[in-house]
Design a protein around this ligand. Structure first.
Ligand SMILES: Cc1ncc(COP(=O)(O)O)c(C=O)c1O
Length: 496
């Protein structure tokens, strides 16, 4: 079969144009269509559904389909995209990803990925040093962790490592009858609960420790929950401290939590999926003080650092534990006597085929350097500070629900009759009306393609969340966004 170079070339032209000249300014953040309208738009070019007989399409038809894909996708690098804990990727990372795809290999072995295995080890050692882990630079020493396909998977692996330390024969004989318990704050990510479900620990045995109003774990409550769990016959296994919660970007007091884990002999896992990158900034790294004491630390470079999804490092204090926990010694791939088998990471990992995520991170890091990475974090927090400033000086038109001091700001638009806003004395009908307002505003943003911003209930009211990790955002974009919200809110409030 001849490769379709004609098709690939025409798609590449569209993709390259998009990477170097993505939508901005007055361009829509999304040209929103319903599922039916999307199906209809594609029907005239190449239907989305694949019938029983799929014909080979012309390069022109494929190019038109690619144009439609671009047109109706969400433009995450648009400076009015604040929707998620990721945003537009850095162009170097995108092209690095393409290069990795072109070289299509697995990072499991030196044999299949000589350059990438070395890059991955180097990145893990550098990330480990940034986190303050004891990293050995001795030739042949194990890198302090592995790359994983996302923060949720890395959480699963970390908890399996914790379980393995607790019961070293678990991989052969299966789990003991111990009813294990994991502790995470009630502002922590749901990856903890999902992992517990998959590991057979059970969702009910993930103890949600109270967090304060900002979203940071109450460490006194943690101590009490551990005691209660023991009294209930549970065996405490691990504490997950969150460095940068998903909604309010709060940081748990890792050092204090590490003291608890030391005293109770528990595994300390730090979920730095969102806020781990604060370590790149000398102004913000103090937020993770104590992370060097953790047993494992997950860090999503695909969130704040603008590396394409996914790019996740799971750092571990004791890399020697990875092999016993994950190895099966398959003799058709991990032959110990082949050239440089000591660089094979595959048997220290759960995955077999594994994307070379290291390449795009390595290229991006080398392109910007440590200083560029620091500037990216500082810019994100400076933009969040601008949001806080604009809300404070809005004559009570907006009110923060959780102001925070890092990258996220949780806020509401306040109807004129409720200014200045006092959440605690809100009448039930106003509470209910405000709760339904945010989804309506969001619907207007999407339909008109002006802004993408998420909402979530905080204090049982749907609140908006500015997430500042998009490096294209400047103060003017924030100002325009607040103007759009003000306009939509004023119009929609009349109807609620
Ligand atoms: C704090 C936190 N932990 C874990 C995750 C899960 O990471 P991933 O989406 O890579 O699975 C997220 C995702 O937003 C997160 O914010």
């Amino acid at each position: 079969m001849e490769p379709r170079i004609d098709a690939a070339t025409s798609i590449a032209e569209i993709a390259t144009r998009y990477v170097f000249d993505p939508p901005r300014d007055d361009d829509p953040v999304i040209e929103f269509l319903s599922p039916e309208e999307l199906a209809q738009a594609f029907a005239g070019v190449i239907p989305i559904e694949l019938g029983d007989n799929v014909p080979a399409r012309s390069a022109e038809a494929l190019a038109s389909a690619a144009e439609l894909v671009v047109r109706h996708s969400v433009h995450t690098s648009h400076p009015r995209f604040f929707n998620q804990n990721f945003a537009g990727p850095d162009p170097v990372a995108v092209i690095g990803d393409w290069l990795g795809a072109a070289l299509n290999t697995t990072n499991a072995t030196f044999e299949a990925a000589p350059v990438f295995t070395l890059m991955e080890s180097a990145l893990l050692r550098k990330l480990g040093r940034v986190a303050g882990y004891p990293v050995s630079d001795e030739p042949g020493s194990l890198p302090p962790g592995l790359f994983a396909p996302g923060g949720s998977s890395a959480t699963l692996y970390a908890l399996q490592l914790a379980r393995h330390r607790h019961q070293p024969d678990i991989v052969r004989v299966g789990a003991s009858a111990d009813r294990l318990a994991i502790f995470v704050s009630d502002a922590g990510h749901y990856a903890a609960v999902k992992s517990a479900a998959l590991l057979g620990i059970g969702m009910d045995n993930v103890i949600k420790v109270a967090a304060d109003d900002e979203g940071a774990m109450d460490v006194t409550a943690l101590r009490a929950e551990i005691t209660t769990a023991r009294e209930r016959g549970l065996t405490p296994l691990a504490v997950i401290a969150t460095a940068g919660t998903t909604v309010t970007s709060a940081f748990d007091a890792i050092d204090e939590i590490a003291d608890v884990c030391d005293a109770e002999e528990l595994w300390l896992h730090v979920d730095g999926c969102w806020g781990g990158s604060a370590l790149f900034s000398s102004s913000h790294r103090h937020r993770l003080a104590g992370v060097e004491r953790s047993d494992s630390f997950v860090w999503n470079l695909h969130k704040m650092m603008g590396v394409t999804q996914q790019c996740t490092a799971l750092l571990v204090r004791d890399p020697g534990q990875l092999g016993p926990c994950f190895a099966t010694g398959a003799d058709y791939i991990f032959q110990p006597d082949k050239l440089h088998a000591e660089f094979d990471s595959g048997d220290r990992h759960f995955q077999c085929a594994r994307r070379v995520d290291a390449l795009k991170l390595w290229l991006t890091w080398q392109a910007y350097g440590d200083e560029g990475f620091e500037a990216r974090i500082d810019h994100a927090v400076a933009m969040a500070d601008h949001v806080r400033h604009r809300i404070r000086s809005s004559d009570d038109e907006f009110a923060t629900i959780v102001e925070g001091d890092f990258s996220n700001v949780v806020f509401v638009w306040v109807p004129p009759e409720l200014r200045p806003f006092d959440l605690d004395s809100l009448a039930p009908d106003h509470h209910a009306a405000l709760h339904v307002l945010a989804p309506r505003i969001k619907g207007r943003m999407q339909a008109e393609g002006t802004v993408m911003m998420g909402y979530q209930p905080v204090a049982e009211i749907n609140t908006f969340r500015f997430i500042l990790n998009n490096s294209n955002v400047e103060p003017a974009d924030i100002d325009v966004t607040l103007e759009f919200i003000s306009q939509y809110a004023t119009e929609e409030w009349k109807g609620v």
